[in-house]
Design a protein around this ligand. Structure first.
Ligand code: MGD
Ligand code: MGD
Ligand code: MO
Length: 757
């Protein structure tokens, strides 16, 4: 059984001494405090490396220390002095390792050599690179390409990712799911229809001009802490910040700047959120509807709160939208949002008076059954006052992985219409497949049904990050081939296919030496800024290859010879990869290599910023909503049914668990917990710290349960629960995903609570 939880008062200030202590602890634990501390000064700097943690924008000029507690942890975790060398497996069979925690697996250290699973001994054994490529190539040539999935987790560079998607397409499929499929795909579906681009419109500059910031379901202090600088600057200017989050996230309430030692000593932490509203999970759809209704009502009685000029010139669908808003009554808005009309009026008043306004959001909007619709409603609200394409205003999806936005931009996508296939054909002399590929949910369905035969992973840990663990794990073990391009050991390497490979790669922080010299790679941040990243450290092992070199090795061993696909030339000099990317899409990437090297990199073109709407009608689109229910197919009001939110702690990066504390939520020593409202605890006759089992409420006959969770009382709406991802992923049915984008609805899982023992 897991460790017992220790509950304390939450740390109220993000940043500050707590954050510095967190950095010091992790640096010490990973065994090289001083040298890593020196390295951190290079983090997110133009001549340094881009952080491997989040995708938040990199200002130019940067702050003196452009890193945060969690970025420092991520750097130290990559550069650990621990190693998993082949003799590690002489001591540990995979069956034994399955008993290890996810934390212990990754903490064992960096993988050093390519390895293949040996069934006779149940161990990974080293294999030279050329033999590994030859064997993988032979295996891949034996499959129908449509049975093979090429997954990427959002960390790999634009250069590696471009080669990876080319490998898949020349091989013959568009099965290119990305971590984005579990994350911001709702954004990629919602925004093109609304404003003609799949990405946000704001830049760092907008933070200095904005008059109001609305944040929906994004936990800045934990998941993109460097953004606290921009929020803090805005607060100093008196800009109201209004937060919508079912959980009272203490890290979002106060902030002390760890970069300002004087302020840490003399000044109390500064209040970040001016107003904090706690909707029900998925209640944002109704809350946003309420806000829009209020503006429409006030404008109708003569208060000039709408930007009619903008609406007339730049939008379509306004009349239908107004009619739809009128169909919902206030009782419905209040019931579905869990917020009172008065609370929404207080927010609408601030918004109606504010000049430029930004709408920031994260997984709290995207990971719902109606995640796409919720984003469209936020755009509706912004459009009402002309807040897209004006300085200080705009929509700001906060991306997750450090290069997830860049990956989708360089055509890591299962949707063939989003890739310049004709250009690929012309430039590289092959006929790209034109049929739609599998996204993450469809890939997992294919694995369970036995239709998918092989999965390649460029990073990531699908055995942990995907829904439906109970059905997926046994199916995964039946896969004929799994190939993992990876830095560290994780669960997906233990729950492996029949023929299983570990191909260890360089971390981005390491020096990548190729025939033409040391290489630079590039990535795109949440505000479409493309930046270079220079490796700084000697590789963890002399046997490691870079991601581009591994992809090229597989490609050459798998694909027929084609002189226009210069795999060796690309690997010898990544500048050539950037030239190829630029040739595929000059509007975005002309002079890629030159522009990337300028201080601050370059912004990828974004027509919506200039109010150029590349939608079907040539205008920005209002969406007329049909329902306010968070999940029209599920009854959350049935007695005993709770809506479970799965969240990240301050001590993890996705499936990478750094430790067992979550100081912002006052949780220490365990992740096997469930947050619950005090009155719900009492109503069910339970008590704090008691262990319970959660069971999914679904009628498909699949048993889904997670046990051993200790109750932690927390400030969240009654009827909702929160617990940690990935521990609770067995509860998430594969079909419980956003209707339009297929993003797993990880923020509203219908569950029941059962007392244990
Ligand atoms: N340190 C660290 N940084 C990270 C990551 C990490 O794991 N650790 N992960 C990276 C990745 S891949 C991503 S995608 C991002 C994720 O960053 P976020 O988008 O912040 O994701 P989460 O922490 O999953 O959830 C965000 C917030 O949504 C709230 N929420 C849940 N349901 C609702 C709802 O219905 N409505 C509203 N309004 N809010 C809701 C939760 O309480 C939580 O505070 O962070 C990236 N950065
Ligand atoms: N219930 C629930 N499920 C979720 C979520 C949720 O909020 N709730 N969030 C979803 C989201 S937003 C995301 S993005 C996904 C993430 O899902 P994944 O992309 O599958 O998982 P990660 O934990 O980001 O991947 C971690 C692994 O990547 C490998 N790795 C690390 N660095 C590198 C590198 O430089 N190169 C290579 N090749 N490999 C590397 C390491 O082996 C590490 O173990 O999970 C999703 N799943
Ligand atoms: Mo993500």
């Amino acid at each position: 059984m897991a460790d017992r939880v220790r509950i304390t008062k939450p740390t109220t200030a993000s940043g500050g001494w707590g954050s510095l202590q967190g950095v010091a602890t992790i640096l010490g634990r990973e065994g090289h405090a001083l040298s890593t501390a020196a390295l951190l000064r290079k983090q997110n700097k133009h001549d340094g490396f881009m952080c491997v943690s989040c995708a938040w924008a990199k200002p130019e000029p940067p702050h003196l220390a452009e890193f945060c507690e969690n970025g420092a942890k991520a750097t130290a975790w990559d550069l650990t002095s621990n190693r998993v060398e082949p003799d590690f497996f002489a001591y540990h069979t995979l069956a034994e390792l399955e008993g290890w925690t996810d934390h212990a697996l990754e903490q064992a250290g960096r993988l050093t050599e390519p390895m293949r699973w040996d069934a006779a001994t149940d161990r990974y054994l080293p294999v030279p690179w050329d033999q590994a490529f030859a064997a993988i190539g032979t295996a891949l040539r034996g499959f129908d390409p449509r049975e093979v999935v090429f997954y990427a987790s959002g960390r790999a560079s634009n250069e590696a990712t471009f080669l990876y998607q080319l490998l898949a397409r020349v091989y013959g499929c568009n099965n290119l799911p990305d971590s984005s499929n579990m994350c911001h795909e709702s954004t990629s579906v919602a925004l093109p229809e609304a404003i003609g681009v799949p990405v946000g419109t704001t830049t760092l500059d907008d933070f200095t001009h904005t008059d109001c910031i609305l944040i929906f379901g994004q936990n800045t202090a934990v998941n993109s802490p460097r953004m606290l600088h921009q929020l803090d600057d805005a607060v100093k200017r008196g800009v109201p910040i209004i937060n919508f989050n079912p959980l009272r996230e203490h890290g979002m309430e106060r902030f002390t700047d760890p970069q300002s030692p004087v302020r840490m000593l003399v000044a109390p932490s500064r209040q970040i959120a001016a107003q904090f509203l706690q909707p029900r999970p998925g209640g944002d759809l109704a809350a946003l509807t309420g806000l829009c209704k209020l503006l429409l009502e006030w404008d109708a009685v003569g208060e000039a709160v709408l930007d009619h000029e903008f609406i007339a010139e730049h939008t379509h669908g306004f009349a239908e939208f107004v009619a739809a808003m009128q169909r919902f009554d206030w009782a419905e808005v209040e019931r579905h949002s869990g917020l009172t009309r008065a609370a929404l009026e207080a927010v609408a008043r601030v918004y109606a008076k504010a000049g430029a306004t930004m709408g920031i959001y994260g997984m709290g909007l995207t990971q719902h059954r109606l995640g796409v619709e919720a984003i469209r409603m936020l755009v509706n609200l912004l459009l009402l006052r002309g807040n897209i394409g004006k300085p200080g205003g705009g929509i700001c999806p906060v991306r997750g992985h450090s290069n997830v936005q860049g990956q989708r931009a360089v055509w890591m996508t299962e949707k063939p219409e989003l890739a310049p296939l004709d250009r690929f054909a012309e430039l590289f002399g092959f006929e790209p497949p034109r049929d739609k590929g599998l996204d993450v949910v469809e890939s997992a369905q294919g694995v369970i049904a036995g239709k998918v035969k092989a999965v390649l992973q460029l990073g990531g840990n699908l055995a942990r990050s995907l829904p439906e663990r109970g059905l997926l794990e046994p199916a995964w073990r039946r896969l004929p081939l799994t190939v993992m391009i990876t830095t560290k050991l994780n669960r997906s390497h233990l729950v492996h296919g029949q023929d299983a490979w570990l191909l260890p790669c360089l971390s981005r922080i390491e020096i990548d030496h190729q025939a033409s010299g040391d290489q630079i790679v590039s990535m795109e941040d949440s505000t479409s800024g493309v930046h270079p990243s220079h490796g700084q450290r000697q590789p963890a092992s002399p046997y490691l290859l870079s991601e581009p070199a591994i992809i090229a090795g597989i490609a050459k061993a798998t694909l027929p010879f084609n002189p226009r696909l210069d795999w060796d030339g690309w690997v010898a000099d990544y500048t050539r990869i950037r030239h190829s990317i630029a040739a595929c899409h000059p509007e975005w990437y002309s002079d890629y290599d030159t522009r990337m090297r300028r201080p601050g990199g370059f912004p990828r073109a974004n027509p919506a910023r200039k109010r150029e709407w590349r939608t079907k009608t040539g205008k920005a689109g209002f969406l007329a909503l049909e329902t306010l229910e968070a999940d029209p197919d599920m009854r959350f009001d049935a007695p005993g049914t709770f809506s479970l939110i799965t969240v990240r702690s301050n001590d993890q990066f996705n499936t990478t668990i750094y430790g067992y504390d979550d100081r912002f939520r006052g949780v220490h020593g365990s992740r096997d917990i469930v947050f619950m409202h005090a009155e719900d605890i009492a109503a069910l006759g339970l008590r704090a710290e008691q262990r319970v089992t959660l069971e999914t409420v679904a009628k498909d006959g699949v048993p889904r349960a997670v046990g051993g969770l200790q109750i932690v009382p927390f400030d969240l709406p009654r009827g909702s629960l929160a617990a940690y991802y990935p521990e609770c992923n067995p509860l998430l049915p594969l079909w419980h995903h956003a209707r339009q984008s297929h993003v797993p609805a990880a923020k509203s899982i219908p569950v029941r609570v059962r007392a244990e023992g």
